[in-house]
Design a protein around this ligand. Structure first.
Ligand code: RET
Length: 252
């Protein structure tokens, strides 16, 4: 039987495929420095992993029952693989050092892993896990609005603008997740599993496909011409262009 859940998950997969197509156009049409093209490859993970995860979930793969609640394991696997890239690339766009990107990604991974611990436990342990995971989320907001803007201030205008778009995209959308989780069957139970599936699928597609699109429209921020406008960061940016690899600004 085709359920609302299957339809939603299939549409989710389709939405992610759109993201893969946008990524391919970014990759094929880019004249960014060789180093940045390497960073663009990471972006493919965002819609790519999710397209596969959603297709498998639509085929009813990877569900477990926790105290009578159907939980999609693949949703958390997807988040574990893709959220570090979403937040890590935003930090990279700001021009953060490897070290800074490293701790931000570690906090993100902790948020998802501890969140999963909240799924498979009950009572006060679950509440403690939810609280700890939410603290990690607050840590990410601190990184996005308290740490990275200072780093980005030293970057070129186009690069800073890309960071600001990703900063607000991530900062605003992600708050939905703990709220839906708490409202769903694993929390207060105000929203049933089907409601959680519809909401999360929608927000997942919104968090991923437009993200790839934003990087795509701002890709000229990574051409040599845009990069040389940089005012010189002491934070040893990962994105420093290799001097002579021939990238040329075409202004898109
Ligand atoms: C959980 C539950 C515990 C509390 C918190 C959570 C946060 C999850 C987040 C997920 C983001 C997912 C994204 C997916 C993109 O497609 C684990 C739900 C804080 C923020 C951006």
């Amino acid at each position: 039987m085709v359920t609302a859940e299957t339809v939603s998950l299939s549409l989710g997969s389709l939405g992610m495929v759109v993201g893969v197509v946008i990524w391919y156009r970014l990759w094929a049409g880019s004249d960014a420095t060789t180093r940045e093209r390497g960073a663009f490859v990471w972006i493919a993970v965002i819609p790519g992993v999710a397209a596969v995860a959603y297709a498998l979930m639509a085929l009813n793969v990877g569900f477990i029952s926790v105290g009578g609640v159907e939980v999609p394991v693949l949703r958390y696997v997807d988040w574990l693989l893709t959220t570090p890239v979403l937040i890590g690339y935003a930090a990279h766009a700001a021009g953060a050092s490897r070290r800074t990107i490293g701790w931000i990604v570690a906090v993100d991974v902790a948020m998802i892993v501890v969140g999963w611990a909240g799924v498979v436990t009950t009572g006060t342990t679950r509440l403690a896990a939810f609280s700890a995971s939410s603290l990690c989320y607050l840590g990410l907001l601190y990184a996005l609005y308290g740490v990275l803007p200072d780093v980005a201030a030293e970057r070129s205008g186009p690069r800073r603008r890309l960071f600001e778009v990703l900063q607000n995209h991530v900062g605003l959308l992600w708050v939905t997740y703990p709220v839906v989780w708490a409202a769903g069957p694993l929390g207060f139970g105000y929203v049933e599993t089907i409601g959680v599936t519809l909401l999360i699928t929608f927000v997942d597609v919104m968090a991923k496909t437009p993200y790839v699109y934003f990087v795509s429209v701002h890709r000229s921020a990574f051409t040599d011409a845009a990069e040389t406008a940089t005012t010189g960061s002491t934070d040893s940016p990962v994105g420093t262009p290799a001097a002579a690899d021939g990238g040329e600004a075409t202004g898109d």
